[in-house]
Write a protein that binds this ligand. Structure first.
Ligand SMILES: Cc1ncc(COP(=O)(O)O)c(C=O)c1O
Length: 424
């Protein structure tokens, strides 16, 4: 029963390209329109109650409408939405975030993860005086030109624009490496002129792909050896995989890191953090121009502070154990049913890959059965579980998911596998 969503989608398509404000939200035959959210649940315009495993694509780590965040946001709304001047709450937010991220001495707030990575690239180029940038196949860092690339025909090192409207010159200096393959990074770095390697330490935009043991450390070594900055894009993993993000979890410090999603508690947020020597290059203290009307706005700072104050060691232990339960349960079902599929997870991030025995990088992910995944997604939706509608995203758990949600999720997945592959 999704008639009201269908009607709204028809209307939306005449005023919004594809009927949505961001492409991933559109799925066939039509997306669900959401009316309200509460804790781990979404309620659509047809009155369906959905357990939310998408969580706004990651940010809602405390679930929807958490009292701690809600109260701070309401309090701040009474005191002003935007000042266009520094505020004490922005400073406190910066101090707390910098305090959590290993290796970070300073930060600049932005309004989205994409803004933060765009600034990070400019800063890396400004600091090193070099031009080249390396990213991983299947990595996503926001919708700006230099990183919207796809592999060229000859070799991965020759990138093509990944979107109409991106000039070839904008991606001329961008190269692609394969995640979890240090040699593919080394061969590009050896040629010189690489300002930065930017990588999601846990890939979250081609499903979930954890780093192989030692991989991030090797990237650290290679970048250092070549005078290249290492940028960890922690827009997903920041505050998600541990209080200090992937840098804390894996014990590897990047030169710069970008954050977004969870740090804003559901309000638009981004942040660029790094070593003092590099961050001092940011305007107005240095020559690398980075600016934004809404950057460091008091509403985001208030919501972000509430999230930071709430996430303690016990919360992470609980999130991780929920993630282990779900990933373990999914693996058991796959093994019992004898289906060709695998599950990748890190803490409270997880994804199922259909048609693959293992997924170690973006190319492995691209070879999975995305059509079968779409069928599974629609089945889960019918059963009342709202997953991100793509094989190439991560599912997320929040503090408000309880055993009944997780058990139900596993049951729905079990019946979904039969729907996707009637032979099981
Ligand atoms: C790893 C990563 N970096 C950057 C971005 C862009 O963030 P935003 O959508 O806030 O611009 C995303 C968005 O999904 C992301 O997953």
């Amino acid at each position: 029963m999704r008639e009201n969503s269908e009607r709204l989608y028809e209307r939306s398509r005449s005023v919004m390209p594809g009927g949505v404000s961001s492409p991933i939200r559109a799925f066939a035959p039509f997306p669900s329109f959401i009316k309200r959210a509460d804790g781990p649940l979404l309620f659509d315009v047809d009155g369906n109650r959905l357990v939310d495993l998408c969580l706004g694509y990651g940010p809602m780590i405390l679930g929807h409408g958490h009292p701690a965040v809600f109260e701070e946001v309401m309090r701040q709304a009474h005191e002003g939405l935007l000042y266009g001047a520094p505020s004490p709450q922005e400073l406190e937010f910066a101090e707390k975030l910098v305090g959590r991220v290993p290796g970070a001495d300073m930060m600049r707030l932005a309004n989205s993860g994409g803004e933060a990575t765009m600034h990070a690239l400019r800063l890396a180029r400004g600091f090193t005086g070099r031009n080249g940038v390396v990213k991983a196949v299947g990595g996503f860092h926001g919708a700006h030109d230099a990183l919207l690339v796809k592999p060229g025909s000859a070799a991965m090192e020759r990138c093509l624009p990944g979107s109409a409207g991106v000039p070839a010159e904008a991606v001329e200096a961008t190269s692609l490496m394969e995640f979890n393959d240090p040699d593919s990074a080394a061969s590009i770095l050896e040629k010189g002129d690489v300002a930065a390697v930017i990588v999601e330490p846990v890939m979250g935009n081609c499903g979930v792909v954890p780093p192989a043991p030692g991989y991030l450390r090797e990237l650290r070594r290679l970048t250092e050896e070549n005078g290249t900055l290492l940028i960890f894009d922690e827009v997903i993993t920041g505050l998600r995989v541990s209080s200090g993000g992937a840098q804390e979890l894996y014990g590897v410090e990047a030169d710069l890191c970008t954050m977004g999603k969870a740090i804003g508690g559901g309000l638009p947020a981004g942040a660029l953090l790094g070593r003092r020597e590099i961050m001092e290059m940011v305007s107005p203290s240095g020559p690398v121009y980075v600016a934004g009307t809404f950057s460091g706005n008091p509403m985001t700072a208030a919501a972000g502070l509430a999230v930071l104050n709430h996430l303690d060691a016990a919360t992470y232990r609980s999130l991780d154990s929920k993630g282990d339960k779900v990933a373990g349960g999914l693996r058991d079902i796959i093994a019992d049913r004898g289906v060709k599929a695998c599950v990748n997870s890190v803490g409270s991030m997880f994804q199922v890959f259909l048609g693959a025995d293992q997924v170690c990088n973006g190319s492995d992910a691209a070879a999975c059965d995305a059509a079968a995944f779409r069928a599974l997604f629609l089945h889960m939706l019918e059963q009342g579980y709202y997953l991100p509608p793509s094989q190439f995203e991560s599912n997320f758990l929040c503090t408000e998911h309880h055993n009944q949600h997780l058990d139900g999720l596993l049951e729905a997945f079990d019946s979904g596998l039969r729907e996707v592959d009637p032979s099981v």
